[in-house]
Design a binder for this molecule. Structure first.
Ligand code: NAD
Ligand code: DAU
Length: 357
């Protein structure tokens, strides 16, 4: 049985994918419920991502609660106050590089935070089966691939970074609550997202912002690592399909079937930016700078997402060309958003510590 989806608690709703998901929900004609956004507002949480939602729906169908998902009292209070029947757990520390320099916060938020949410759901829901705890996870839990294989839902977990290890642990906890307590859960493991509101510590927005300032474009190692890219709206539609039709206890892979080496992607992005800014085709490519590799850098990710396509009739709707175009257009049109992020403490730290690695 699927959830009634009356009140969705979206954790990490002020982050990149979470805020896109809130926007997505309010565009769905068949979604009539309310959204409670639970977010601690770390450096990655930005309420500017949700200004239009606030204006239109705050106090009626949208509520924001600043809270740490590791705080049992605050989390349980949200379940009670808003009669939460669906959880979509995005809240996490999400950046692999940061997890290498400071893993503690990743262990805390990603593992203890998920555990705290699971406990609150179990307490609040009892034996109910008309509810759903959806946990948003990553393809990185599967480790690194050779040249030709794919990650399937049945692939064994083999996380390599503190980030992916903490996500793997949280996935196992979610699965354990299904088997042990019959808590209705689903899990999704998705590939690399890109699109509006992406925090510029991650490859695509970092490159766009650096191009705008004519700064070096740092490519790790030999630039031949491969990622599978999915436009964020397509990730949101996949999660929505799981909320509506996903089977309890199941895991769904989500991917773009769209593999790029980092260097090819950066070159492509340089061309898209040059076109938009009326510069010669190779203008930004001269900024590409190879830097030291990320320790433990996974070589290749590639998702097989036949299960969600066949079972839930999901398919991606945005081509890579369109997605990149929409992403670059969004950053060019949102200079104030960029300015505020750039003025933030975290971005200053990033500037000082990352560029020359
Ligand atoms: P993000 O870093 O942009 O956003 C994370 C959000 O969680 C922020 O708003 C932050 O304030 C909030 N948060 C962090 N710690 C919290 C805590 N203790 N309590 C409450 N809120 C907290 O991350 P994202 O890229 O939007 O990723 C969202 C989720 O999707 C993560 O779970 C991530 O593992 C997963 N995921 C991301 C990608 C990707 O390409 N970005 C791909 C697959 C899966
Ligand atoms: O695969 C899903 C994962 O994708 C998510 O679980 C993570 O939350 C998300 O951050 C992302 O992880 P990656 O490590 O793949 O994303 P990132 O944008 O940091 O890096 C993408 C690739 O680009 C990776 O191979 C490292 C490389 N890179 C990254 C940065 C920031 C560079 O070469 N230079 C850079 O400056």
């Amino acid at each position: 049985m699927s959830s009634s989806i009356s009140t969705i608690a979206v954790t990490g709703g002020a982050g990149f994918i979470g805020s896109n998901f809130v926007h997505f929900l309010f565009k769905q004609a068949d979604f009539k419920g309310i959204v409670v956004n639970i977010d601690k507002l770390t450096y990655a949480g930005n309420l500017e991502n949700l200004v239009e939602i606030e204006k239109k729906h705050a106090g009626k169908r949208y509520f924001f609660k600043k809270a740490d998902i590791c705080d049992p009292e605050k989390v349980s209070a949200v379940f009670t106050k808003y009669a939460v029947d669906t959880v979509v757990n995005f809240a996490a520390e999400s950046h692999v590089d940061r997890s290498i320099y400071g893993p503690k916060e990743f262990v805390h938020t990603n593992i203890i935070g998920t555990f705290t949410l699971l406990e609150a759901a179990k307490e609040s829901w009892g034996d109910r089966q008309d509810v759903l705890f959806h946990h948003v996870s990553t393809d990185e839990v599967f480790g690194s691939l050779g040249e030709s294989d794919f990650f399937y839902e049945t692939t064994s977990y083999d996380p390599r970074s503190p980030y992916s290890a903490s996500k793997a642990a949280s996935d196992h906890l979610v699965s354990a609550y299904f088997h042990t307590y019959h808590l209705p859960v689903t899990i999704s493991n998705c590939s690399n997202n890109y699109g509006p509101y992406h925090f510029p510590e991650k490859l695509i927005p970092l490159m766009i912002l650096n191009m705008l300032e004519e700064k070096p474009l740092p490519v790790y190692g030999d630039g031949k690592n491969i990622r599978d890219w999915l436009f964020v709206e397509d990730h949101c539609s996949a999660i929505y399909a799981i909320l509506k039709k996903g089977r309890h206890g199941e895991t769904y892979n989500i991917g773009g079937e769209n593999e790029w080496t980092n260097i090819d992607l950066v070159n492509r992005l340089c061309e898209t930016m040059a076109k938009k800014n009326n510069k010669p085709k190779d203008h930004y490519k001269k900024l590409i700078t190879y830097v030291n590799d990320r320790p433990g850098h996974d070589r290749r990710y590639a998702i097989n997402c036949d299960k969600i396509k066949n079972e839930l009739s999901w398919k991606r709707s945005v081509t890579f060309e369109e997605g990149l175009d929409r992403t670059v257009t969004w950053y060019l049109a949102n200079s104030q958003w960029i300015e505020h992020v750039r003025n933030g403490e975290y971005h200053k730290w990033l500037d000082k510590n990352y560029q020359g690695r």
